[in-house]
Design a binder for this molecule. Structure first.
Ligand SMILES: NC(=O)c1ccc[n+]([C@@H]2O[C@H](COP(=O)([O-])OP(=O)(O)OC[C@H]3O[C@@H](n4cnc5c(N)ncnc54)[C@H](OP(=O)(O)O)[C@@H]3O)[C@@H](O)[C@H]2O)c1
Length: 297
């Protein structure tokens, strides 16, 4: 009880014995994903760690103590996501926690995958497909939890939330608007799924981890980055603090019964109006199903 923005992932998991629990995490070779894997392994969990390539996943898994299984998953290539989903299905074990943590932020250059803007695919659609593959195993767990990394930047999405007419950015690209849109998509996915999974013993929540110096900003630039560099310093968290909220929502007993919420600093926080729009959440879900149809289980 009483965790806050200064709490670390080790503190929010202190005293917990996660032996026998299986936790799937994406983006484990860097930043918050790596720290989450380290700490959850330290508490005894078996972490199935996903990175773009098997080599990256293996290297990251080898860097932490505890039980890990590396899996390749390039989120912007849906065939790779499908293969990762199938290989975890073949492990035939319940999944206690799924943390969709990987992400890219505001690349200056517009890139595409599957004919869509890259952040929308990497941050949202790739995870959307992975979640579908693993959902049955999460339901098989005693009390499965899905934790979806969003961001306070979800407030930067276009007016109305998701610009369904411009998912390929052919009508204009703004790195931060598209980052905001992808992170709003993460938030709406958590909200929609939580509703759908009522009565199935599975919780789904979204997380804003804080502002943390990781590799995330490597392709971002522009005025906003300069301003953040100048003014956000006092708000910054360490990586150890940054991984706290996702670990808290993933395994702390205090969060066991909460679903459909958006967490920041280890507590429930308020979203933008679009983040609470259930009609938008449903529309996004249906659109995502249509876009990813060839790759869904
Ligand atoms: N740091 C912050 O201030 C902040 C604030 C709000 C939200 N978040 C969210 O927190 C999450 C973790 O970010 P972080 O700060 O830890 O960033 P990070 O250090 O850059 O880690 C991101 C991870 O995602 C992986 N990834 C990126 N694109 C991928 C793809 N196409 N396929 C598979 N994996 C991919 C990266 O792999 P590679 O190393 O191979 O690229 C890396 O492992 C993200 O979802 C981010 O949006 C972070």
């Amino acid at each position: 009880m009483g965790f806050n923005r200064k709490s670390t992932a080790e503190q929010v998991t202190e005293g917990l014995d996660l032996t026998g629990k299986t936790i799937v995490i994406t983006g484990i070779n860097s930043g918050l994903g790596l720290e989450s894997m380290r700490v959850l392994c330290l508490r005894g969990a078996h972490v199935i760690g996903l990175a773009r390539t098997l080599e990256k996943a293996q290297q990251a898994c080898d860097s932490v103590a505890g039980k890990t299984t590396p899996v390749a998953c390039e989120l912007s290539e849906l065939a790779s996501v499908k293969a990762a989903g199938e290989s975890i299905r073949n492990m035939a074990m319940p999944i206690d926690v799924l943390i969709t943590n990987a992400g890219i932020m505001a690349p200056n250059q517009l890139n595409h995958a599957h004919g869509l803007e890259m952040q929308f695919v990497t941050n949202h659609i790739g995870h959307f497909v992975l979640i579908q593959y693993l959902l049955e195993q999460v339901k098989e767990a005693e009390a499965g939890r899905i934790v979806i990394l969003s961001s306070a930047a979800h407030t930067m999405a276009v007016k109305g939330g998701i610009d369904f007419e411009n998912l390929d950015a052919s009508r204009g690209y703004s790195p931060w608007r598209f980052y905001g849109q992808s992170k709003l998509a993460n938030l709406l996915t958590a909200r929609y799924m939580s509703d759908q999974l009522k009565g199935h013993g599975v919780t789904v929540n979204a997380v804003h981890p804080g502002i943390i110096q990781t590799n995330l900003a490597r392709d971002a630039g522009g005025l906003l980055m300069t301003l953040m560099g100048l003014f956000a310093k006092p708000l910054e968290k360490t990586v150890e603090q940054g991984a706290a909220t996702q670990c808290y929502v993933a395994v702390n007993p205090e969060a066991a019964d909460t679903s459909g919420k958006y967490f920041s600093d280890c507590g429930v926080a308020k979203t933008s109006p679009a983040g609470r729009n259930d009609r938008l959440a449903k529309k996004l879900w249906q659109k995502s199903e249509a876009l990813a149809a060839d790759y869904l289980p």
